[in-house]
Ligand binder design. Sequence first.
Ligand SMILES: Nc1ncnc2c1ncn2[C@@H]1O[C@H](COP(=O)(O)OP(=O)(O)O)[C@@H](O)[C@H]1O
Ligand SMILES: [Mg+2]
Length: 223
Amino acid sequence: MSGLFITATGTDCGKTFVTAGLLRHLRAAGLPARALKPVVSGFDPASPAGSDPAVLIEAMGEPFTPAALDAIAPLRFKAPLAPNMAARLEGRRLTLDDILRLCAPALRAARGPLLIEGAGGVMSPLAEGATCLDAIMALRLPALLVTGSYLGAISHALTAHAAMWAAGCAPCAIVLCESEGSGVSFAETLAEIAGFLPGVPLAPIRRGETDFGPLASVCGLLA
Ligand SMILES: Nc1ncnc2c1ncn2[C@@H]1O[C@H](COP(=O)(O)OP(=O)(O)O)[C@@H](O)[C@H]1O
Ligand SMILES: [Mg+2]
């Protein structure tokens, strides 16, 4: 069993795209990889198509059923806010323990790689008084940091890396996921980040990338 926490510099950077790509690659390689999105906000049960859980269930090659949804994303909230803030609107108090109590048994039970997708960015609130980084620290999992390639992404990537490094959980790799129509050079952004972070594995994922083999190897998921 191996676990990997997929976090990002912010929302809409490509966490789900990358997690789904890794799932497909690992499963095609014969590994029973699964995903967990322990808490999802902005989830409308009336139209789940395109939601993170729906994308991840599809990448696992399973039909979208209530049981599959409960297994992959047990905590779901409607408002498109940080999960604890969305939970509050539904009269619930979401704690870090609630999330750890879902992740820890799932990690123990996993028969293959378990990919846990966070919410928002690495310093986004995930639960009351706890960020995604707090969850990564508590779970003691390797973390993959996904960043976009938009103007400003270099600062976001270096800031997120610095926060993770300072907390003692530097990312096992950074994924530069190409942002749509960013107008900045992808290759130069990649080279610039690499220059500031020598020795940190940096994996480029272009728009529409379908080969996640190199990233799976970098993350040690094929071992
Ligand atoms: N490299 C990429 N190629 C094509 N589409 C991408 C890529 N990265 C992200 N996207 C798309 O951009 C949107 C936001 O990405 P997503 O993975 O949902 O971000 P996050 O999970 O970090 O919020 C989604 O529609 C996703 O399919
Ligand atoms: Mg997502």
